[in-house]
Design a protein around this ligand. Sequence first.
Ligand code: SF4
Ligand code: SF4
Length: 318
Amino acid sequence: MNHFEQQLRILGEEPFESDRLDTLQVNLGKLCNQACLHCHVEAGPLRTEIMSRETVEAVVRVLKTHDIPNLDITGGAPEMNPHFEYLVEQATALGKHVRVRSNLTVYFEEGKGHLPRFFRDRRVEVIASLPCYLEGNVDAQRGSGVFEKSLRALRWLNEEGYGHPSTGLVLNLVYNPVGDYLPPPQDQLEEDYRRELSLRYGLVFNHLYVITNVPIGRFRHDLLRTGRYDDYLQRLRDAFNPTTVRSVMCRNLLSVGWDGRLYDCDFNQMINLAVNHGAPTTIFNFDLTRLERRTISTGEHCYACTAGAGSSCGGALT
Ligand code: SF4
Ligand code: SF4
C-alpha cells in the first residue's frame, strides 16, 4: 500500500472509487512541436506514438453509444494527429462538448493555420497553456520564442471571437508553476493574468486554471537529476488537503491512451498505471457500467492533485 493509499484509508476513502463518467479524455499521442522542460508526457517533435484511425473510430463508437457529455482532447499537440479534425467533427456532430488542450504555437506549423476558425465553427472550447504573462518565464519553460508565438495565437483566437463573454466561445488558459512549488491561489492569479494580458497586449480570455506540476515524466527526471525529488514530494504531502479527495478528476473522467488503453487519468497513463481491479482495459472492450464503478489506481503522484487547493485538468478543486 503506497503512502497516498494510507491517507485514503485514514479518511475512510478506501477503496477509492469512481463515480458517474462525464468526460472521456483522449490522448492523441506524444507528437508535439515543442519539447517543454516540465512535460509529463515527455512529448516532442521526434515522438512517433500517435492514435490510429482505427482507435479514433473506436472512441467515436463509444461516444455515439453512451451518454458521456464531454470529450477532452489532449496530447502531445493533439492537432498534429492526422485524425484530429475527424474526431472533433464526429464528436461535435454527436452533440458532445469538445475541449481541446492546445499549446497555441501549433497553429503556426505548416498546414495548421485553419485551426482557430475550425474551432470557432464547431464551438470547440480551447484550453491553452500559458504558464506566465512574462516572456522570460514562458520561454524558459517552453522554449525560445514560444511566448511571442503564444501571444499571436491568442490574438488570433480573440479575433475569431474567443474569450469574449458575449460570443460563448470559451478560451481558458492554463498556468503551471515554472519550478518545484505549489501554484498560487487561482482567483488571485486569474485577476493578475486578466489585468496584465489586457494592459500589455489587449488580450482577453474566460478563466485561468492553475495546475500543480505532477512529479512524473520530464519534470520527475529533472527533479531527480537536481536532487530535488524527495523535497518536492514532501512539499506535496505536507500540503495534503483532505477536502480535495472527493473532487479529483479521476472520479468522473476516464483517460484513453494513444493505443486505446484505458487509464484513470492522463497522469496514470504516463506512468503506465492502467485501470485494473477487473474493469475493461481498452476502448475496444468498453463497458460503461463496470468502468463507472471502478476502483481507481493511485500512487504518490496523486498528492499533486490533492495538495493545497487541489489540482485537476480544470484547475483548482476548492
Ligand atoms: S507540455 Fe504540452 S506543449 Fe510542451 S511538450 Fe508537453 S505536450 Fe508539448
Ligand atoms: S493523479 Fe490525480 S487524477 Fe490521477 S489517479 Fe491520482 S488523484 Fe486521480
